[in-house]
Design a protein around this ligand. Structure first.
Ligand code: C2O
Length: 555
């Protein structure tokens, strides 16, 4: 039998092997203006390194990522590494006034974090105002060296990023909305890898995905749009979904994918049709009365061995209100839950929370109708503080936030009644919900029908969560929990809460810091549909937030 000394040596050797493989990946992000011509209009956009979409960040699981950012534009900037767990490194998470003060014009900041326990596709994006419209890019986390994918190795990998394009200046769009109290203008087009495809008489060639007959490709698909949940389709082809939000799933085939803003999906595409040219589309989902940009974004799948000029093969796209397609896609998602990638669903719940999410109307003297649209959680519309909440927490600065965020609605009502005008008024506040280190949370997110029900892609920073249940209508606390999936629920960082419905998630608060929770429709974030969880330190250094970096920007 091995002695404990031998065992320790073996463990040390193993740890060394893993760590010796881990690398430091250094990136330089220069935030600069760039002139572009799209949809027959010229404008200047904010970019990273002059690119739209921005540069891809490549790393392996366990690597340390160091991004040296310099702000050369006249806007305040921050970058969020969406879906990166940021274990103990909340200072690098990025949401402005939540974990950091913005990087001011001329300023610099070094984001520094390690990719722990995740592999797959994520995205990075600006996290201040609406800058993420053009300031975003892919994060590719490859498995560790010598660790294979849990599916057949693809011939090649391709990144596909959805975006939303306004002909006018995006910051002007949100500023005008804030000023008038009215909803902001919807976008003018949807883009795939920066191109809308031929549209509105404008000469955009559209992105082309080149494939070889018979080969299998892994598509790393990212919805980086601001406000639109989108369907993705490749005419004549079926995709196999194998991962979402950097968590492996049980493989399933789908002819239409559904991604809300902030969500990512890895899918295998086999070029198994006759050679030629096939239409790729992204089209919006909106199953309620809210106005949406209904312009389909197009790209092309092109077989390399195609001779002569083939006719384009196209296919029906889902109607804009295709609720069943959206919900059906989410229904198919299950964690892989294998020996190597278990689904560690918390089975004991310390905090059982119930959050209503929706929009409302508040008085506004300076606004056009003397009212303004607001977003809220449990009737609290979140007000951004003027310094980072994480700083206020770390340095014990009072007067910045309170920790009395309500764990359930103060006044219960029929959340999904038609034409509901109940509870339109919300209170303002900068409130956090406090969690002890390692406590477990069950959160039922209930969409409301106040003014208009809507599907909300809801995002939690700092953690993945398990999606244990969802339904239409009001959550039934007696019967719905009986149907929860606690075995292999999908694990992700952003989940669509169905229109006038609910979603239940669970997570373990094993990451000390201040973590933003919000609707990832940027319009709703702007309106206040957001809050923060404050996770206390545990015991010892491994359960304690690191001290702030010395170059952390000041407000
Ligand atoms: Cu992708 Cu708080 O955001």
């Amino acid at each position: 039998m091995a002695s404990s000394v031998q065992l320790t040596l073996l463990l040390l050797a193993l740890a060394f092997l893993v760590l010796a493989d881990a690398k430091i990946r250094r990136y330089k992000f220069d935030v600069v203006m760039k002139n572009t011509t799209k949809l027959c209009s010229t404008k200047s956009i904010v970019t990273v390194n002059g690119k739209f979409p921005g540069p891809t960040l490549y790393a392996r699981e366990d690597d340390q990522v160091i991004v040296n950012l310099t702000n050369h534009v006249n806007y305040n900037v921050t970058i969020h590494w969406h879906g990166v767990k940021q274990l103990r490194t909340g200072w690098s998470d990025g949401p402005a006034y939540i974990t950091q003060c913005p990087i001011q014009p001329g300023g610099t900041f070094i984001y520094n974090f390690t990719l722990t326990g995740q592999r797959g596709t994520l995205l990075w994006h600006a996290h201040i105002s609406w800058l993420r419209a053009t300031v975003h890019g892919a994060i590719v986390i490859l498995p560790r060296h010598r660790v294979a994918y849990p599916f057949p190795r693809p011939h090649k990998e391709k990144i596909i990023i959805f975006g939303e394009w306004w002909k006018s200046d995006v910051e002007a769009v949100i500023n005008q909305s804030t000023f008038t109290g009215l909803p902001p203008n919807v976008s003018d087009a949807h883009t795939i890898n920066g191109q809308s495809g031929p549209l509105l008489g404008c000469n955009s060639p559209g992105y082309t995905l080149h494939v070889e007959s018979g080969k299998t490709y892994m598509l790393r698909i990212i919805n980086a749009a601001l406000n639109d949940e989108l369907f993705f389709k490749i005419a004549g082809h079926t995709l196999t979904v194998i991962e979402v939000d950097a968590s492996y799933t049980k493989p399933f085939s789908a002819d239409t994918l559904f991604l809300g803003p902030g969500q990512t999906t890895n899918a295998l595409l086999t070029a198994d049709q006759s050679s030629g040219k096939y239409l790729i589309t992204i089209s919006p989902f909106m199953d309620t009365i809210v106005t949406v940009d209904n312009v389909t974004g197009t790209a092309f799948l092109h077989y390399n061995d195609t001779t002569s000029s083939p006719s384009l093969v196209s296919d029906k796209i889902p109607p804009v209100n295709a609720t069943s397609v959206a919900l059906g896609f989410s229904d198919n998602l299950r964690s892989l839950n294998s020996r190597d990638y278990p689904a560690n669903v918390p089975l004991r719940v310390d905090h059982s929370l119930f959050f209503t999410i929706g929009v409302g109307i508040n008085p506004c003297e300076t606004c056009i109708n003397n009212t303004k649209a607001v977003g809220d959680i449990n009737n609290v519309s979140f007000v951004m503080p003027t310094i980072g909440i994480l700083q206020a927490h770390y340095y014990n600065i009072s007067g910045v936030f309170t920790d009395d965020f309500p764990g359930k609605p103060l006044i219960p009502f029929n959340y999904t009644a038609n034409n509901s005008t109940a509870n339109m008024r919300t209170m303002n506040g900068t409130k956090a919900y406090r969690l002890a280190y390692n406590s477990t949370v069950q959160l039922v997110i209930q969409g409301t029908s106040v003014i208009a029900p809507e599907s909300h892609p809801t995002h939690l920073h700092g953690f993945n969560f398990f999606v244990i249940g969802k339904g239409v209508g009001n959550f039934d606390p007696l019967n719905d929990p009986k149907k929860f999936n606690l075995v292999d629920p999908v694990e992700r960082n952003t989940v669509s809460v169905p229109t006038a419905g609910w979603t239940a998630i669970r997570f373990r608060a094993d990451n000390p810091g201040v973590w933003f929770f919000h609707c990832h429709l940027e319009v709703h974030t702007s309106w206040g549909l957001k809050m923060v969880f404050l996770v206390e330190n545990g015991k010892g250094p491994n359960e304690t937030l690191l001290p702030p970096p010395s170059d952390l920007p000041k407000c």
